[in-house]
Design a protein. Structure first.
Lengths: 300, 245
């Protein structure tokens, strides 16, 4: 039997589109990690809330999809900032991620994840909700039909990354974010209001997570338990790319997306979710710092 | 301008400063001298808000500033320059300098100050797009001083500008500090290089075990037999002309 290159290409293409979404969730996890020195384990729930916000804005309020995307991002961002202000702030004050309080923050993340899931359950119920978005006929590339939602997802995700990159490199607030991520004491000596910047980092990261939810929504259905699998895959993406590295998060996401699709196509489709973690284990065995990570990054 | 009275502070439960009194007047260079572990850097941290003040008062420009958050103190015009290792290594020289001007919004004035920093330290202009991780020890020291100047402070606090640098570089940096003072800036300088610091400063304090042991006009301190015996070791060579040239 002849090898079918066009379906291989299709699997890779689908892998990349889903991968960039893992990438933007991973980007949020990496941002929070670089700002607060913790892995935010409730990040998957912000993604889930983003998807529900998107659903409410399109279905209940009748906004067009792009507007709903922006609104859902804002809402997820504000929700994230609220969570940071009420719960994480007091823990940051007592020392941050590399202290005993850091352990508390990680556990707080797990607790927050359960709380958010139950809040969503109370509001929207346990049933999976479809998120129909009519974008028209798929694009045709030769034999491959790429649904417009996939193309849109990839384009939006790439735009978000470019905007984030521009923000971090070219704006004053972006410079402050990088300064806070590298060294909080020195940042405060520059006149930067460090708690406010941490709040901004949290808002940005959760906004990205929310955007991912709205992007994935039309491909899958929306339900309260969708967050944890996304969290784990984004976490795998962040580790593969190198924890704390922003370009690494994106590349890691794409690699995880491709691995998952190729694994599902050529090995076994019923074990689709395993391949991301297989990759995670391999990376941890052979290159623990990830592709772009710095070995044992020291932070003050 | 800066008035510290009865300041006590420390880390956790360990008290470091046992009641320090210190004054800096407008346009003055004041040197705070002492060996390792005597509380010099601790005092600067308390002044800039990084450490909580346990007791005592800090008055800057007529306002009490003890226990304000660091970013508020910077906005009041009191800027601490930490040691060279505290430049942001993953940022370019110019990004580091612009961070110094974070609290300011007047773009022409910032551009003006940036140019001034580059005239003080032409090496930084050559390396403005380089990551500061690639700079030499002397260059990062210049960078952090330049970054402090970018805040347009009324009082600049320097934490051991000469530490771990070659004598030639130390000379360069001290002569630049001397040029900076002509712009009407007050400077509080922490130093271990007692002789150099006293040659540059107007007034000096000597600290040991968290208390001020001795204070006086810099030229009196330099000829003080106690200071000579414990810090200067041997004869004092007059290098004033080299620095103040």
């Amino acid at each position: 039997m002849e090898f079918d290159f066009s379906s291989l290409f299709a699997f890779i293409l689908f892998g990349v589109t889903i991968g960039v979404v893992y990438g933007i969730v991973a980007l949020g996890i990496s941002l929070i990690y670089s700002g607060l020195d913790i892995v935010h384990f409730a990040h998957g729930e912000l993604y889930m809330f983003g998807a529900f916000f998107g659903l409410v804005f399109t279905q209940t309020m009748g906004f067009p999809y792009p507007v709903a995307l922006v609104l859902a991002m804002l809402c997820a961002g504000v929700l994230g900032m609220g969570i940071e202000r009420v719960f994480y702030r007091r823990l940051t004050k007592s020392g941050g991620g590399y202290t005993v309080a850091g352990m508390g923050m990680i556990i707080c993340g797990f607790g927050m994840s359960i709380v958010l899931m139950n809040v969503a359950f109370l509001i929207w119920g346990a049933a999976a909700e479809p998120f129909p978005v009519d974008l028209g006929m798929p694009y045709q590339f030769g034999d491959i039909a790429l649904p417009k939602s996939y193309a849109l997802t990839a384009v939006v995700a790439v735009c978000l990354m470019i905007i984030l990159h521009y923000f971090l490199k070219k704006t004053k607030a972006g410079l402050a974010v990088r300064a806070v991520a590298a060294n909080k004491d020195i940042a405060s000596l520059m006149g930067i209001n460090v708690p406010r910047i941490i709040s901004l980092i949290f808002g940005l990261a959760c906004g990205l997570g929310g955007a991912a939810g709205v992007l994935i929504g039309p491909m899958q259905s929306v339900q309260v338990e969708m967050g944890y699998l996304m969290l784990l895959k984004a976490f795998a993406a962040a580790v593969v790319g190198g924890f704390g590295s922003l370009p690494g998060a994106i590349v890691g996401g794409i690699i995880v997306g491709i691995a998952e699709n190729l694994g599902a196509a050529y090995i076994s489709a019923s074990h689709k979710d395993i391949y991301a973690f297989l990759l995670l284990i391999l990376v941890l065995m052979f290159k623990p710092s990830g592709l772009f990570g710095v070995v044992a990054r020291v932070k003050a | 301008m800066l008035k510290v009275s009865g300041l006590t502070t420390g880390y956790g439960k360990i008290q470091i400063l046992q009641g320090v009194d210190l004054n800096v007047s407008e346009g003055q260079i004041v040197a705070l001298l002492g060996g390792n572990g005597t509380g010099k850097t601790t005092l600067l941290k308390a002044l800039s808000g990084l450490l909580p003040v346990w007791d005592g008062a800090i008055e800057f420009d007529g306002q009490p500033i003890q226990n304000l958050p660091p970013h508020t103190i910077v906005r009041a015009g009191l800027t601490q320059v930490t040691q060279g290792k505290d430049a942001y290594p993953a940022m370019t020289v110019e990004e580091n300098l612009m961070l110094g001007a974070y609290t300011r919004n007047n773009k022409p004035a910032i551009a003006n100050d940036l140019e001034r920093v580059y005239t003080f330290f032409p090496r930084l202009l050559e390396r403005r797009t380089q990551l500061s991780a690639t700079l030499s020890g002397g260059e990062v020291q210049m960078l952090v001083i330049g970054r402090g100047l970018m805040a347009s402070p009324k009082l600049l606090m320097l934490d051991e500008p000469s530490s771990a640098l070659a004598p030639k570089v130390v000379m360069d940096i001290f002569s630049t500090i001397n040029r900076i003072r002509k712009f009407g800036l007050s400077i509080l300088m922490v130093e271990q290089n007692v002789r150099m610091a006293l040659l540059l400063a107007d007034y000096g304090y000597i600290i040991r075990d968290g208390v001020i042991l001795l204070e006086g006009e810099a030229r009196d301190l330099i000829s003080d037999p106690n200071v000579k015996a414990s810090f200067l070791g041997g004869t004092v060579v007059d290098t004033t002309r080299d620095i103040k040239a």
